[in-house]
Ligand binder design. Structure first.
Ligand code: GTP
Length: 653
């Protein structure tokens, strides 16, 4: 078959006007080629000159009259061709974008190595350069020369989602390489009127797109108001240490642990999120902490669901019990409904306004989703937030937990009473959503609060049957573990618990000791399940314990993957990223794991809340006689053990 691509001889010389405006030199050839290849538009008689006119107008480089004067055509001639050409360009544009996307993936670092935990902003933007042939004209050479890459380049501005890492925007306008990123962004985000003039607010400030939705960028964008940039340059990636260096470093780490804690971590203010069902004892817990001899100046932020006013209180209590009232403003009544960045920003602002408090307790609404809040507070080191997210503590009313959890299951039970049946159906429909052929069951708030917890306070144990207390506690504990097997469960009366067990526990640090605790708990539980086996199905059906357990997993379940061997770190990041952002998006609430990375003597730790995750070295080495293995715990809705296990196995080296 004849190749419709023009031969070298026939090739149109790049038009200088387009060229100087930053188009790739052979853009017209490429477009013609793509039009020729496309059945829908190939017979429209579109020529290079039509494309040039159209691009000049389409990109608003020249008004129609100027195009007509420059090319010696009438406005009618221009308009006759414009419609068809623009349609043809639209048709083939998709292909151009795909081609360019491939180039981008090759050339942009952060697409190849996605940022794993920048949840601070939803969009990251940067400009990327694509090499062009060296222009012959010296003046044009100068314009396109980039000192950084030591070549002639055209720059394109792009935006990437920091959660899905998808390319959200590749601005079609190319800029000569010598232009600074900030100028490009300025042009792109500037709101212009139909004459191309910048628009201003009444206070004189220039209007920009994304004004209310700041974009994450590197320091090149430092003076642009809609960009959030790191305060200082990120540290260069350290070279991988040799095994000896790791031992040495660990020793040093241990020695300086206290110092480090005092200087680095403790400089930041820990934030603990307290959640729990209505009446579970959250306020009692808060009051208990505030009245204990904690020696801290604590800020308490309360967020009550359903308040119509967009103002929440932030109460600051010093170590002497003195209270200062402050106000925080949220656009909505509930933390979890606001843009998460606003919430974090509000806390940071509060810290600026009222320095010198050393702990923040957030009492969340009885109906809020702790996952959303914690994901917004668990920020990247590089963003240098003055706070760090310590843990989620969920209070559970031990007397009424059964009722709360059972409520969700009742919705799915067939009830012979017609009236109730209909009511059930309505409620059930609220809980079920169809995704393709899959039916997904949504968990209730109380289950989610348990699923997201790092620590669970099993409160109000004084209300349980005291003559059978141990047994009652065991039943409730098992029930909780069936939802979240890795949370630490502490029984309490009137929420009284030693403060060091609940404050500053650093649940989100890559802390191998904590993880070991979690995994040991899980192991014990697996052991129990193993020991509790039946000879046949009938025996199992008639066993009360089993029938209750099987019901537990209806909404939220835990998948635990244990596999010997190593993984490639990049591949593992891709695998878990794909699960959290695509395959099981919003279905996996929490993940934790111990990962064995090929070629690395350190154990790695996986931590995740919703789509936010990180995999970091723990500082602890695999010992020589230890079998290298991976253990991953995934807590979520309707998770399939076999499917996830198999998918992970495929990633093992
Ligand atoms: N018997 C008993 N009562 C408790 C215990 N803890 C709290 N309470 C009582 O339970 C009630 C609810 O406690 P709160 O601390 O207000 O619960 P909450 O979670 O803040 O409630 P909401 O603000 O409605 O979400 C109060 O009357 C407390 O005194 C406990 O361990 N035992």
């Amino acid at each position: 078959m004849k190749n419709p691509r023009p031969s070298k001889k026939q090739k149109t010389q790049p038009n200088l006007i387009l060229y100087s405006l930053g188009f790739e030199p052979d853009i017209i050839d490429k477009l013609l080629y793509l039009i020729e290849c496309n059945d829908e538009v190939k017979n429209k008689g579109i020529k290079d000159k039509h494309i040039i006119w159209t691009l000049l107008y389409w990109k608003q480089y020249l008004p129609i009259t100027e195009i007509c004067v420059t090319f010696g055509i009438s406005p009618k001639t221009f308009l006759n061709h414009y419609g068809e050409t623009i349609h043809a360009l639209w048709v083939v544009c998709k292909e151009i974008m795909e081609q360019r996307y491939e180039q981008l993936v090759e050339s942009v670092g952060f697409l190849k190595h996605p940022i794993t935990k920048v949840n601070y902003r939803a969009i990251a933007a940067d400009s990327t350069s694509i090499d062009i042939e060296t222009p012959t004209d010296y003046q044009i050479q100068k314009k396109f020369y980039s000192g950084k890459s030591k070549s002639h380049v055209v720059k394109f501005h792009c935006e990437v989602s920091t959660t899905s890492y998808r390319l959200l925007l590749l601005h079609p306008e190319g800029f000569p390489g010598a232009v600074h990123d900030i100028k490009i962004a300025d042009q792109i985000y500037m709101e212009k009127d139909h004459n191309g003039e910048p628009q201003y607010y009444s206070n004189g400030r220039m209007i920009r797109r994304h004004d209310k939705f700041p974009i994450l960028g590197d320091r090149a964008y430092i003076s642009l108001p809609n960009f959030v940039v790191p305060h200082k340059r990120s540290k260069k990636k350290k070279e991988k240490p040799t095994p000896d260096q790791v031992v040495h470093n660990n020793f040093k780490k241990e020695q300086s642990l206290k110092m480090t804690e005092m200087t680095n971590v403790n400089k930041k203010v820990p934030v603990t999120l307290i959640t729990g069902f209505l009446g579970s004892g959250k306020t009692t817990f808060l009051n208990y902490i505030l009245n204990e001899n904690h020696g801290k100046k604590i800020a308490v932020i309360q967020n009550e669901y359903g308040q119509s006013i967009g103002i929440e209180t932030a109460m600051i209590v010093d170590s002497n019990g003195e209270k200062i009232q402050e106000w925080l403003e949220f656009p909505n009544g509930c933390i979890c409904c606001t843009v998460k960045d606003d919430f974090l920003q509000s806390i940071e602002d509060l810290l600026k306004r009222s320095d010198k408090f050393d702990y923040i307790l957030i009492e969340s609404t009885g109906m809020g989703d702790p996952g959303q809040i914690s994901a917004s507070l668990w920020v990247d080191e590089e963003l240098e937030s003055p706070i760090y997210f310590d843990s989620i503590i969920t209070l559970v009313d031990s007397k009424h937990i059964e009722k709360h959890i059972e409520k969700s299951k009742l919705n799915n039970n067939n009830n012979n009473n017609n009236k109730e049946k209909e009511k059930d159906k309505e409620e059930e429909e609220e809980d079920i959503e169809v995704h393709g052929t899959d039916i997904k069951y949504y968990s209730t708030e109380v289950e989610r609060q348990i699923a997201f917890a790092d620590i669970i306070l099993l409160n109000k144990i004084d209300l349980l049957d005291q003559s059978n207390l141990n047994n009652e506690i065991k039943i409730i504990t098992d029930r909780i573990k069936s939802i979240n097997p890795i949370a630490k469960i502490i029984t309490t009366e009137r929420s009284v618990v030693p403060l060091d067990k609940v404050l500053d526990v650093k649940a989100y640090n890559p802390n191998i000791d904590l993880l070991k605790d979690y995994l040991e708990q899980l192991q014990k539980q697996e052991q129990q399940t193993h020991n509790h086996q039946h000879n046949n199905e009938d025996e199992s059906k008639s066993c009360g314990e089993c029938s209750t357990k099987s019901n537990h997993s209806k909404f939220i379940n835990t998948v635990c993957i244990t596999e010997d061997g190593d993984v490639d770190l990049t591949e593992f990041n891709r695998w878990i990223g794909n699960l959290l952002w695509e395959d099981k998006k919003d279905c996996i609430f929490r993940c934790k794991g111990l990962i064995s990375v090929k070629g690395d003597d350190e154990k790695y730790i996986l931590q995740g809340v919703y789509a936010t995750f990180e995999v970091l070295p723990s500082g602890l080495l695999w010992s020589k006689d230890e079998k290298r293995h991976n253990k991953i715990v995934l807590i979520g809705e309707s998770l399939n053990q076999n499917e996830l296990e198999q998918s992970f196995k495929n990633k093992l080296l």
